[in-house]
Write a protein that binds this ligand. Sequence first.
Ligand code: F6P
Length: 319
Amino acid sequence: MIRIGVVTSGGDAPGMNAAIRAVVRRGIYLGIEIFGIQRGFLGLVNGEIIKMNLGSVADIIHRGGTILHTARCDEFKTEEGQIKALRNLEEYNIDGLVVVGGDGSIRGAYELGNKGFPVIAVPGTIDNDVPCTDYSIGFDTAVNTVIEVINKVRDTATSHERTFIVEVMGKNSGWIALEAGLAGGAESILVPEIQYDIEQVCNKLIRGHKRGKLHSIIIVAEGSGKGFEIGEAVKAKTGFETRVTVLGHIQRGGVPTAKDRIIASLLGAEAVNLLVQGKENIMVGIKGREVNFTDLDRIINEKKEFDFKIYQLADSLSI
Ligand code: F6P
């Protein structure tokens, strides 16, 4: 393997730059030429490929987003699009590809692997919904962004004695809501993995109010309902003054945490090692402090487990 490509795809995530840096630097360290594919799979289909050197990844480890840019690409989901992408990889004599992204991107990597092109996937999404890895790059930063907001919301909630609904991202996953809810001391955490009863959520608020709690915070994962609708329901059932904050894309930006940079560095470098060793069609993830390896066909067929223990803990601590 003498030429490796790296692409960031799907929604950006803080720490993707640290992963690109690790791929480029580990590759050059091992005497390999590295190429960056711009704008995700869209750039792969359109042949937007640039040579990377040590300088191209200088001063990026602390930056959010991705210097390679990213996109969502419907054409790549088609056979035709994938064939165009393979032709471009061939034209640049690229022998293997590192794909950094979430579930859709990993499925794309799997499709290339199925067509005989060596790929290694690295989980990168704030949603943390990729199976067989404890963390995906960007999740820790997103959770810390949400906590920062909860801290601020708490100040105004306390002053005005209000109930706040904070809607967070996560697509169909409740991981951001779960960890931010526990760390932020939320009264209730609503996630798509667990059916909730708005009656019970409101009864808990009323119980708290009766024993003197003057403000409350409910975290709603976007996959479990609309913050504004839940806010209306809470107001109607409790009569409490309620406000809603929808965090949106601020969760995708910002300086990556040390944890995200470390995971990204580990996984990016390991992805290159794997390609050099002739391994392919694998996702490199993290379990505890250890790097782990899973076949891509397993990743695309499994669902990420939800941490019900942490959910129960959060619930039991917010009585
Ligand atoms: O997958 C990351 C994510 O931010 C999800 O949490 C969210 O549902 C989605 O992407 C938003 O996508 P877009 O940036 O394309 O609107």
